[in-house]
Write a protein that binds this ligand. Structure first.
Ligand code: MGD
Ligand code: MGD
Ligand code: SF4
Ligand code: MO
Length: 870
């Protein structure tokens, strides 16, 4: 098979090969997936190259260019963990989507959206959503079940039938459970598709968790990469992660401090910029505390305070010092709503314990947390700290939006808890224009449509997500605190899981967790690795089985907003699944039926897992999916949320928006109506009664002590650490505008708008002789990656920025040629579970090694592999 002999009738999307290599590196030709043998359509299953007939395929190639009236139009939305949820409008010819557009007010019957007013702004898609067609029909689309035939990671697979794949996996699962017990299979599902009602990938509410739980063999992964430190902080302080306002509340702020927050790049809600622009027009001032001068700072003309990464808690402590010593705190608010802010708000039963104000003033450790103390730690001038403290304390209402990124570091929870202390001491909680975020979840959806209450989250061990490799490599000589083993109240408590298998569903975690080289060592020890995805992914390359999953255009669901936005978007099946793709729900249901045949103790597993389905669900899912969704709408939405619109009307409209009488502000009822906060004390717990009560930390999932009031704790590594002698640069890895983590890395349109590059300050670059466009290597003792450099003044000297999510492409020496920062990140366990992503010290220099921007020259080879009818 030649690399580019595509079948005539195949839909060929321009691959990244068709775009220009801006570095002149040339293209590499390498056999990507070496297919050994083929297994054409097995009995009962039709083997298809693509599901599109030849004449229709031409529609995809824009010839002829159809006008809207010649096309069918369907309102839908994206499904990923992308920071928001917008309307996509699919324009179809037959079963092919030939165009995608977005909300412009025309497409919904009844116009629940589209007014483009302050009250009802449009849900306009971002550049990723608009280019979704390129992902749907990409050469990397996985169309058939595949089985590994070479070594793990060697890129050698053969096509097999669904029958073969499901039977082999089911047999192996039963054997592993028998030989190694109920902790043998590690659940690494994640948020690839967590914002649907029915087809969910998720750590807690996902389809995989329920499947493995009901099967009786599951080690759970409990820490969330996004914001485990922040979640911990929100739960300790407010007793909930629903500490978010809806974004329209920003329009009422007089001061917005974007702390490690770059909404112009990293989406955090649907219409954030729109409301922030409203605030700007009304005279709101903007501040950015970030090592980078971001586009958000540029558009809002913010005062930029560059800060050394992972030192935020020190700067915030110094702000608290300046506020306390000038008596600018809102003492009335503190006395009424806050626990342990000062000696006066510490309850009697905790007399003798530390309170926050005395910690800040240095009463206990004789170190007042003055701005002058903080200056050398965080690199921010004491005068600037004072100025910002005064601005924040004396402007009301003011929104200190402490985003998650600075908390994605060792002891990240201390940063978020310190931010909560500032929000509380200035009385900016529960008021319009203020902000208590935190996690910032605002929208309270009624999320799931199938019987989750039953067997939702069963597990026999639960560990910190990015400690799996440590656990596997060191088993059985692992202490529970090393992996953050969650306590149990049975005889399994304290038993280290004996992990022999991984399932990836809606996750590209091999590419996205920390310290990839360690993962590469660990994966060799496993006996079964299954990757369920619509796309060939960097993780999939390391799997034993690749199962092709239908995308959200190819199944029926309802979209939920991402943390904010009070609306639902209908997500009908727009086209039939490509190739032999099935939904996750189909695959798990079918697997359950097969498992119950192998192991009689699993009686009725198929029926119990998917109670509305019959045995034929694998072939005919549509009526069952509709029945679940309708039952969810009638029950949760109509009954509990008091929505009068019927399911059929909703499907016609495409969207449903809840109308709120006033902007949603977290904790408004607590502050205005005296409703208790959801903590044990009913107050905002700056002093955590829960943490103060813990005696043996090694018996908790945290493993190590966490202070019960927010404190400054030195991170594992930083610019203030002796390690700078060898690794003088602090690498941070924020989220890319043009990708959703790793999703969209292969999209040529998006690849023209950016490139994976490491950003370096001009003075540093000058010393190292690095110019923009030079290829550099960035390394530390954990790994090395190769990437072009971008030289700028918009970054603090000593800091490097490399966006997360590049598709790893390690060479034979283990050097990642794609520039994935997770070859450099630390997997050490931070007590509250925060991932230490933004906590890596590195070195950088020019190199002759070639950067491979993301499998580019392989795309054509892959397209013929997956699109051929073999
Ligand atoms: N260095 C560094 N690394 C990071 C971060 C960082 O800040 N720095 N951020 C971390 C964060 S916050 C996150 S959330 C993680 C994200 O880590 P992941 O969730 O692993 O990242 P995604 O790239 O979103 O991968 C999701 C996968 O799910 C697949 N998928 C989508 N829909 C479905 C579906 O319906 N079914 C199935 N089976 N698969 C589906 C997609 O094709 C994709 O391959 O990355 C983390 N990694
Ligand atoms: N376009 C896009 N949007 C997304 C995502 C995506 O992949 N792409 N992912 C979504 C997901 S799952 C998540 S978890 C969120 C993540 O949302 P965030 O955590 O808010 O986003 P990041 O992009 O990681 O970082 C935001 C800013 O923090 C700064 N920063 C990094 N380290 C530090 C530090 O130590 N101190 C300070 N003060 N600033 C620091 C970075 O320079 C960056 O400007 O984004 C969501 N939105
Ligand atoms: S932000 Fe997310 S939902 Fe909105 S268009 Fe972009 S990718 Fe789609
Ligand atoms: Mo995330």
């Amino acid at each position: 098979m030649k690399n580019n002999d595509l079948p005539r009738d195949a839909v060929r999307f321009p691959s990244v090969n068709d775009s220009i290599d801006r570095h002149g590196n040339g293209y590499r030709r390498r056999d990507f997936l070496k297919i050994i043998g083929t297994a054409a359509g097995a009995a009962g299953l039709v083997s298809v190259g693509v599901s599109v007939a030849p004449e229709k395929a031409q529609a995809f190639a824009y010839e002829p260019y159809y006008t809207d009236d010649q096309l069918t139009t369907v309102v839908t939305s994206c499904a990923h963990n992308c920071g928001s949820r917008h309307v996509l409008v699919a324009h179809k010819k037959g079963d092919v989507i030939v165009r995608l557009s977005t909300d412009n007010g025309e497409y919904q019957a009844g116009g629940a959206y589209g007014k483009d007013t302050f009250e009802e702004p449009q849900l306009r898609a971002c550049l990723r959503g608009r280019s979704y067609r390129a992902r749907l029909y990409s050469p990397e689309r996985l169309l058939y079940p595949m089985k590994r035939v070479g070594a793990r990671g060697e890129h050698k697979f053969k096509r097999i039938t669904w029958d073969e794949a499901l039977n082999e996996i089911a047999q192996k699962m039963v054997q592993l459970k028998k030989d190694f017990g109920p902790t043998a299979i590690l659940d690494q599902s994640y948020a690839g598709a967590s914002y649907g009602v029915l087809h969910k990938s998720d750590q807690i509410e996902g389809l995989l968790g329920r499947f493995l739980g009901m099967f009786g063999c599951r080690t759970n992964s409990w820490s969330v990469p996004s914001y485990q430190g922040t979640t911990f902080s929100s739960r300790m302080t407010f007793g909930t992660i629903q500490d978010g306002n809806e974004d329209d509340a920003f329009a009422h702020s007089k001061l917005i401090i974007m702390w490690g927050w770059n909404p112009a790049y990293t989406f955090h809600g649907g219409n954030t910029f729109y409301y922030m622009r409203m605030a700007k027009q009304r005279g709101c001032k903007f501040v950015l505390v970030d090592p980078q001068y971001t586009d958000s700072a540029a558009v809002y003309d913010a005062w930029w305070i560059p800060i050394k990464p992972n030192t935020d808690a020190a700067m915030m402590a110094a702000m608290a010092y300046h506020i306390f010593t000038n008596n600018w705190q809102d003492q009335k608010f503190i006395n009424k709503f806050v626990l342990g802010m000062d000696a006066g708000t510490l309850p009697k039963e905790f007399a003798g314990k530390e309170n926050f104000k005395d910690y800040i003033l240095g009463t206990y450790d004789k170190q007042p947390k003055t701005p002058e103390w903080a200056e050398p730690i965080c690199g921010v001038k004491a005068d600037d700290i004072k100025k910002l403290a005064e601005m924040y304390a004396r402007t009301k209402p003011a929104a200190l939006k402490a985003s998650w990124s600075p908390g994605r570091a060792s002891y990240g929870e201390q940063y978020n808890r310190m931010a909560a202390a500032l929000q509380a001491m200035t009385g900016n909680i529960g008021i319009l224009g203020g902000c208590a975020e935190g996690v910032g979840k605002a929208w309270h959806s009624e999320s799931v449509a199938y019987p989750y209450d039953e067997n939702a989250n069963l597990w026999w061990a639960s560990i910190k997500s990015d400690r799996w490799a440590h656990c596997v490599l060191n088993y059985p000589n692992v202490k529970r605190e090393e992996v953050g083993l969650w306590p149990r109240e049975d005889n399994l408590d304290g038993q280290i899981p004996n992990i022999k298998a991984i399932f990836w569903q809606g996750s590209d975690w091999f590419n996205q967790l920390t310290n990839i080289n360690k993962e590469i060592k660990a994966i060799d020890k496993l006996e079964l690795v299954v990757c369920m995805d619509s796309t060939i992914t960097p993780s999939g390359i390391w799997a034993d089985y690749l199962l092709p999953i239908a995308t959200h255009f190819e199944r029926h669901d309802v979209a939920l907003p991402w943390y904010k936005g009070h609306y639902y978007i209908h997500r009908p099946k727009v086209i039939e699944p490509l190739g032999e793709s099935k939904t996750d729900f189909q695959v798990f249901t079918e697997m359950c039926y097969r498992l119950e045949q192998i192991d009689p103790s699993l009686k009725n597993l198929g029926q119990r897992y998917n109670p509305r389905a019959q045995r034929d669900y694998f072939q005919n899912p549509d009526a069952v999916d509709e029945a679940y969704l309708k039952a969810w709408w009638d029950g949760s939405v109509q009954h509990h949320q008091h929505v009068t619109m019927s399911w059929d009307e909703f499907k016609q409209h495409g969207t449903y928006k809840f109308k709120l009488s006033e902007p949603h502000v977290a904790f408004r009822d607590q502050v205005t109506k005296g409703v208790p906060f959801e903590t044990a004390s009913g107050k905002i717990e700056i002093f955590s009664t829960y943490l103060a009560g813990i005696e043996d930390w090694t018996k908790t999932q945290f493993g190590y002590e966490i202070p019960y009031i927010p404190k400054w704790i030195e991170p594992f590594e930083s610019l203030n650490h002796p390690i700078t002698k060898d690794y003088p640069f602090h690498l941070i890895s924020p989220h890319p505008r043009w990708r959703t983590h790793s999703i969209f890395n292969n999209i040529p349109w998006l690849r023209e708008t950016y490139e994976q590059e490491v950003t370096i300050n001009a003075s540093d670059a000058k010393k190292l002789g690095i110019l923009t466009g030079d290829t550099v290597e960035v390394w530390n003792e954990r790994g090395k990656c190769v990437v072009p450099a971008y030289v700028t003044e918009r970054l603090l000297p000593g800091v490097l920025v490399l966006f997360e999510g590049a598709w790893m492409d390690p060479d034979k020496d283990g050097v990642d040629r794609a520039g994935n920062p997770d070859f450099l990140t630390l997997d050490n366990p931070s007590p509250a579970g925060a991932f230490a992503y933004n906590n890596a010290m590195v070195q950088i220099r020019k190199t002759d090694l070639v950067h491979r921007p993301g499998w580019d020259d392989l795309a054509v080879a892959r397209s013929s592999v997956f699109r051929r009818d073999m």
